[in-house]
Design a protein around this ligand. Structure first.
Ligand code: NIG
Ligand code: FE
Length: 412
């Protein structure tokens, strides 16, 4: 029988009534006590009190009884990762903690460029294996949609290798990977021309292949003093827009300017924002560009957090992601990071859960997930606990007992 009725859940949180913009208090969370979900194939077709669903659908469903206490809510969306890499930067971390500067670390063989060397040297098979290992680690946390950037290839051939590896990995994992081209991560040291020439080459030669092979619909760039300036990146983004790509930006991480560019180009998201001032916060708040906080990078670098509270209070859309990468954010633990950000920035549970579900879906331009309601994908987590508040309270140590993706139990 294709239809299943799951329940009863002590608390079922559909997160369907949460607004996209601005602050959210916990009393806005709709909680269905003794709730249930009816799924058919990959979708939710009904949701509500378990007893009523049993009466309505009883003769047409297979029952999937849940041992109570149990809390069910939408599974998470990690809308910013760099998990397609090889190598390790533990030495960067040790040097940084011992007080070394960016330059000293680069001179000691570290930084983004060192990961580029390792990733270029990895075979396609090895790179696929690395991606799958990390996807498995994210699934255990209840994450069923994962954005994955390239950006450690930095040549036509190596960026293609990475994006093809992501495409191949997709065939071997039960969750959705959302690939993004980050050829504009930095100008590779072995490129002879200037930054603009590098970007022109990538736009002219790489973009058409991305389209032809259906490798990604998203273009990202690191707008920063050490990477690309606003002036350098504009023609690149213009070209990407003309070809119909969604734009996303590594913005305001150390210095401002990236978020202004993001809004100028109607980017789906502006990510990092640790250095954003009142001006950038206002610009983001007035836009539909999702502000993505990456507390893992703040923890990895020992830097300030994204001003999440001020962004929400001004009316911005806030998502939270891991930024999992070997340099600035090696942890890859979404709920650990989100709950730490919540204590630092004073975020309500409703704000944290929205940032990890519907608001993260918006950052990826996805409308079919992030809420439990009729018509949405049946992507949800079941926790063995009687109170949803335990999820943030346990700061990422309470893991889901079951993870469901597109109507299938993928992890238990
Ligand atoms: O999102 N900010 C730029 N890129 C990554 C770090 C990449 C690296 O250090 O390898 C980030 O933090
Ligand atoms: Fe990043």
């Amino acid at each position: 029988m294709a239809k299943k009725l799951l329940g009863p859940f002590t608390q079922l949180l559909p997160l369907a009534n949460l607004s996209l913009h601005g602050p959210l208090a916990d009393h806005t969370l709709e909680i269905i006590e003794n709730g249930g979900i009816v799924i058919e194939y990959d979708r939710i077709i009904d949701i509500g009190p378990y007893a009523a669903l049993r009466e309505k659908h009883g003769s047409t469903v297979t029952f999937v009884e849940i041992d109570t206490p149990a809390v069910c809510m939408p599974s998470y969306i990690d809308c910013h990762t760099h998990i397609a890499f090889d190598g390790n930067r533990a030495n960067d971390y040790a040097l940084r903690n011992a007080g070394a500067t960016y330059l000293e670390i680069a001179e000691a063989g570290g930084g983004i460029w060192s990961t580029v060397q390792h990733t270029r040297n990895a075979s396609m098979e090895a790179l696929i294996a690395r991606i799958i290992e990390r996807v498995d680690a994210l699934i255990k946390q209840g994450i069923t949609t994962i954005e994955v950037k390239s950006g450690y290839g930095l040549s036509i051939e190596q960026e293609l290798k990475t994006l093809r590896a992501i495409q191949q990995a997709q065939k071997q994992v039960p969750v959705d990977l959302v690939p993004t081209c980050l050829a504009a991560h930095m100008k590779p040291r072995d490129f002879a021309g200037d930054a603009s020439t590098y970007l022109e080459k990538m736009a002219a030669e790489l973009f058409p292949i991305l389209r032809r092979e259906n490798l990604t619909n998203r273009i990202d760039a690191f707008v920063e003093k050490s990477a690309f300036s606003a002036i350098e990146i504009r023609p690149y983004f213009r070209n990407a827009k003309e070809r119909g790509f969604d734009i996303t930006v590594h913005a305001d991480q150390f210095t401002t300017s990236g978020s202004v560019i993001a809004v100028e180009f109607g980017a789906v998201s502006a990510d990092h924002l640790e250095a954003s001032t009142e001006k950038e916060i206002q610009i983001l708040a007035k836009s539909d560009t999702v502000a993505v906080a990456l507390p893992g990078a703040s923890l990895g670098l020992g830097c300030a957090y994204t001003p999440a509270r001020r962004l929400l209070d001004q009316g911005a859309i806030l998502a939270i992601a891991t930024d999992w990468n070997p340099g600035s954010a090696p942890m890859g633990q979404l709920m650990v990071q989100a709950s730490i950000l919540a204590t630092a920035e004073k975020l309500s549970n409703a704000e944290v859960f929205a940032a990890l579900t519907s608001r993260a879906a918006k950052a990826l331009n996805l409308t079919d997930r992030g809420q439990l309601q009729r018509g949405q994908l049946a992507d949800f987590n079941i926790y063995t606990t009687d109170n949803y508040q335990n999820i943030t309270y346990k700061q990422g140590t309470l893991l889901p007992q079951q993870v469901w993706k597109s109507g299938a139990l993928i992890y238990t």
